[in-house]
Design a protein around this ligand. Structure first.
Ligand SMILES: [Zn+2]
Length: 94
């Protein structure tokens, strides 16, 4: 582990510029790399948030979640996402 002090990257949670490199982001399906890119995972030294960087392009991310993430041959497939029950993290926000 090492501490990165980089003027270009800051924690998306608290904006701290001190975080540790954890690992390479491992895509479940290889083609996802075309949308999400080659990301590395970091953990903020201040708020302990784990996050991936570099951040994917917003338009590619939008396309990925709208058209690819829930497709029938994928791990997160849902036949009818509108009928799915909210997850525990969603219930906490209600
Ligand atoms: Zn932070």
């Amino acid at each position: 582990m090492f501490v990165i002090k980089n003027g270009d990257i800051s924690c998306p949670g608290c904006k701290s510029k001190e975080f540790k490199y954890i690992d390479e982001y491992k895509h479940l399906i290889k083609i996802d790399q075309e949308y999400l890119g080659n990301m590395k995972i970091y953990k903020c030294n201040n708020c302990k948030l784990g996050f991936a960087y570099s951040f994917p392009d917003a338009s590619l991310l939008n396309t990925y979640y709208k058209e690819i993430y829930r497709k029938s041959n994928r791990p997160h497939y849902l036949k009818d996402p509108k009928k799915s029950k909210p997850g525990s993290w969603q219930m906490a926000c209600m």
